[in-house]
Ligand binder design. Structure first.
Ligand SMILES: [Zn+2]
Length: 372
């Protein structure tokens, strides 16, 4: 147990989320609990991880979640490990929810995205159809998140674009999408900035400069592609060519990267396998599975096309392998699934409670000590 690596989880504690400040001590080695000396609360070693309040050995959970994240059917795990089906599904839910928190903390941070590709997967669930829309940053192959809906409509695409916007800086940004008309409306609707004025009511919204939209429209006959049309909806050819050259080798308008990622998700989520028999019953099952697979893909899987050649002294060369998260500068090493499941997402910084009048000297001292 190392008190220097954990933080207090109490949202009303001034020291919540702060690591290595000396406020945490060991409360009980037998029960493996820590204590925060600022608020006096004790908490378990596993608080904030995917293992919180689990009785099973951690290594078994890690192996099962790793198998689930790589497309192993639940029934195979039930037979191989002698576990109850509901237990395995509970671990998948825990893993998915934990991965979503990690994704929102690490990936949904503003960065220069360059080129983004987006697409939807049609998924069959028991008693209906579900659409899974996802986006990828082409240069680093970083999965930017996904959303699920029963209809392939503007609401679905707007929610996806809001996710992309959380990860985007206001720079030149190229979208390569399919022929779905909702993309154009949604991108123009989401990527706007309020222009402050001194009048009452909502300030006017101005579209972001540098948003470029290109469409790849495929025509089908007898379930085969017979023609592909590239269409520039917003921006100039020169501007798009510059961005394409910067963000991918080859430099043509395409949606190949997101389609390849869709194939990864289809192979790693049993409910998405075409003509499969393991259909999901609920949207949340697929939502959790998507975040588990997506976060393991981003943080725990080397991507062959991201490797770079290192030139060492004496004419020696070596390949440096990278995950999408390493390429995006989120981390510097390959994460193990155990590291992912034990990662604690810190709570938002503490703010003093709102009171009338001037803050007391005690509050001022707390703010000076913990909010600097
Ligand atoms: Zn505390």
């Amino acid at each position: 147990m190392d008190p220097q690596t954990v933080f207090c989880h109490n949202l009303s504690c001034p020291a919540s989320g702060q690591v290595g400040k000396g406020n945490i001590g060991v409360h009980s080695r037998k029960e493996r609990r820590y204590k925060c000396h600022i608020c006096g609360q004790t908490f378990s070693e596993t608080k904030g991880t995917a293992f919180y309040r689990l009785r099973t050995a951690r290594d078994v959970v890690v192996v099962v979640v790793t198998l689930l994240a790589h497309g192993c059917p639940v029934q195979a795990i039930v037979v191989a490990f002698g576990l109850d089906e509901r237990t395995v599904q509970d671990w998948q839910t825990r893993g998915g929810q934990h991965c979503q928190r990690v994704h929102e903390h690490l990936v949904e941070q503003p960065r220069d995205l360059g080129q983004v590709q987006a697409d939807e997967i049609r998924a069959k669930i028991q008693g209906g159809i579900l659409w899974m829309a996802m986006a990828i940053q082409v240069q680093t192959r970083l999965w930017l998140g996904g959303v699920l809906s029963t209809a392939r409509d503007t609401d679905l695409i707007v929610t996806l674009m809001q996710k992309v916007r959380h990860s985007a800086l206001c720079r030149s940004l190229l979208f390569c999408v399919d022929g779905c008309a909702a993309y154009i409306r949604s991108i123009r609707h989401v990527f706007r900035e309020p222009v402050p004025n001194r009048k009452r009511g909502r300030p006017p919204l101005r579209p972001w400069d540098g948003i470029l939209i290109a469409q790849v429209v495929k025509q089908y006959a007898h379930k085969h592609v017979v023609a592909v049309t590239h269409r520039i909806v917003q921006g100039t050819q020169t501007h798009i060519d510059t961005l394409l050259q910067r963000t991918q080798s080859g430099g043509l308008i395409n949606t190949a990267y997101i389609e390849r990622l869709n194939a990864t998700f289809r192979s790693c989520i049993t409910a998405l396998i075409r003509r499969g028999r393991a259909l999901a019953r609920q949207t949340t099952t697929l939502h959790n599975a998507m975040y588990l697979v997506g976060t393991v893909y981003n943080l725990c899987t080397y991507h062959k096309s991201l490797r770079v050649r290192l030139y060492l002294p004496n004419n020696r060369r070596r390949w440096l392998r990278r995950t999408p998260a390493i390429a995006a500068g989120i981390t510097d090493h390959l994460w193990t699934v155990k590291e992912l499941l034990t990662f604690r997402v810190p709570p938002p910084p503490w703010k003093p409670p709102k009171r009338r009048g001037r803050p007391s000297n005690a509050t001022k001292a707390l703010v000076a000590q913990w909010c600097s």
